[in-house]
Design a protein around this ligand. Structure first.
Ligand SMILES: C[S@@+](CC[C@H](N)C(=O)[O-])C[C@H]1O[C@@H](n2cnc3c(N)ncnc32)[C@H](O)[C@@H]1O
Ligand SMILES: [Zn+2]
Length: 283
C-alpha cells in the first residue's frame, strides 16, 4: 500500500475505502462513511453492530502470540508459504486472512513471498488479535465478523487464508480471483492428543474433511488437494499453558488451575497434526 487507496470496501455501502490522511488513521468511502483507526492502528468495522460471537480475549491472544513466536507452528507457516509460492507467480500478492488472529501465518507468508507489491487484509472478531495483526507489514487489520459480507470487492484477492477459524465459503469464493487459491487449515484428530484431556482442552471433531469439501464444493470452490502435516513438538510447561489458553477452551479455563496442571505435566512430547485443504474457484 503505497498511496491512499486500499483494497478494502466500505462495510456500509461497499464502495472502495481510501485513507483520507497521511497518517492512515481515517478511512472514508465516496458516500462519506468514515472509520477512524483505534489508537493501536486497527479499524473496528463492527462498532454499533454488535455480534453474537465471543472474541478472543487479551490474555488468550497474548498466549497465542507467545506460543507462536517460539516457532512451534513454524512448519505449518512454511508449508502455507510454499504452497502459495508454488501457485502464485506475480509481482502483486493480494491476500485476505479470515480469522487472522495475531497475523502470524500472514506475516510468515508475506516474508517468504517474492512478490514485491503485497497487500493483506486481516479480519478477526477480536480487537486484541487485530492490535497485533496491525503490526504485520502491508496489512490492514479490521475487526469484522467473517460470517458477514467480507469488506473487499468481488474477485479482488489472490489468496484467501483461513486457519482454525470459521469458514464462509460463499464469501471466500466471491472475493477470490478466478486463478486464486483458498487455503483452509484444520486441526486433525491426532492434534495435541497427549495433552487435550490433562489440560482440559476441547478435542477436534471427527469427519471434518468430508463436510469441509462438501460445504466448499457447494459454493463453487473446487477441492484441489488435502494434505496432512504432522510432527512432534517438545513443549515445556509455559508452552503447555499457552497452548491450552490460546484455544477455545481459554474462554472457560481458570488461568491458575491451568498453570498448576501445566506445571505438573512438565515437558511433554506433543503431536501437531494439521489438515491443509486447498481449494480453487470452479470454472
Ligand atoms: C483458533 S484462532 C486462529 C487464529 C489464527 N488464524 C491462527 O491460526 O493463529 C480463531 C480465531 O478466529 C476468530 N474468530 C472467531 N469467530 C470469528 C468470526 N465470526 N469472525 C471473525 N473472526 C472470528 C477468533 O477471534 C480467533 O482469533
Ligand atoms: Zn460507504
Amino acid at each position: 500500500m503505497t498511496n491512499a487507496s486500499t483494497t478494502a470496501t466500505c462495510p456500509v455501502c461497499e464502495l472502495e475505502l481510501v485513507f483520507s490522511d497521511e497518517q492512515r488513521k481515517t478511512l472514508i468511502c465516496s458516500n462519506g462513511h468514515r472509520f477512524d483507526a483505534a489508537k493501536q492502528g486497527y479499524f473496528n468495522f463492527l462498532t454499533g453492530k454488535g455480534t453474537n460471537f465471543l472474541e478472543d480475549t487479551s490474555p488468550m491472544v497474548q498466549a497465542r502470540d507467545a506460543f507462536q513466536s517460539k516457532g512451534h507452528y513454524a512448519p505449518l507457516a512454511q508449508r502455507l508459504a510454499a504452497l502459495i509460492n508454488e501457485h502464485h507467480h506475480s509481482d502483486v500478492l493480494e491476500i485476505l486472512d479470515a480469522g487472522a488472529g495475531t497475523g502470524y501465518y500472514l506475516a510468515e507468508i508475506l516474508k517468504a513471498s517474492p512478490s514485491t507489491h503485497q497487500d493483506a487484509l486481516a479480519l478477526d472478531i477480536s480487537r486484541y488479535a487485530m492490535r497485533r495483526a496491525t503490526k504485520v507489514p502491508a496489512t490492514l487489520a479490521m475487526v469484522w465478523d467473517v460470517w458477514r459480507k467480507l469488506p473487499t470487492a468481488d474477485a479482488s484477492r489472490d489468496v484467501v487464508l483461513n486457519c482454525f477459524a470459521p469458514h464462509n465459503p460463499a464469501e471466500f469464493r466471491r472475493v477470490l480471483r478466478a486463478n486464486g487459491l483458498c487455503l483452509v487449515v484444520t486441526g486433525e484428530p491426532g492434534h495435541l492428543q497427549e495433552v487435550i484431556e490433562p489440560l482440559g482442552m476441547l478435542s477436534v471433531a471427527e469427519g471434518k474433511q468430508e463436510s469441509l469439501t462438501e460445504k466448499f464444493g457447494s459454493e463453487q470452490l473446487r477441492h484441489i488437494a488435502s494434505e496432512n502435516l504432522s510432527y512432534t513438538m517438545s513443549l515445556d510447561s509455559s508452552d503447555l499453558f499457552n497452548l491450552a489458553f490460546m484455544g477455545p477452551a481459554g474462554h472457560h479455563l481458570s488461568p491458575d488451575t491451568l498453570r498448576d496442571k501445566a506445571e505438573a505435566l512438565g515437558t511433554q512430547e506433543v503431536t501437531a497434526s494439521f489438515g491443509v485443504h486447498i481449494f480453487a474457484p470452479s470454472a
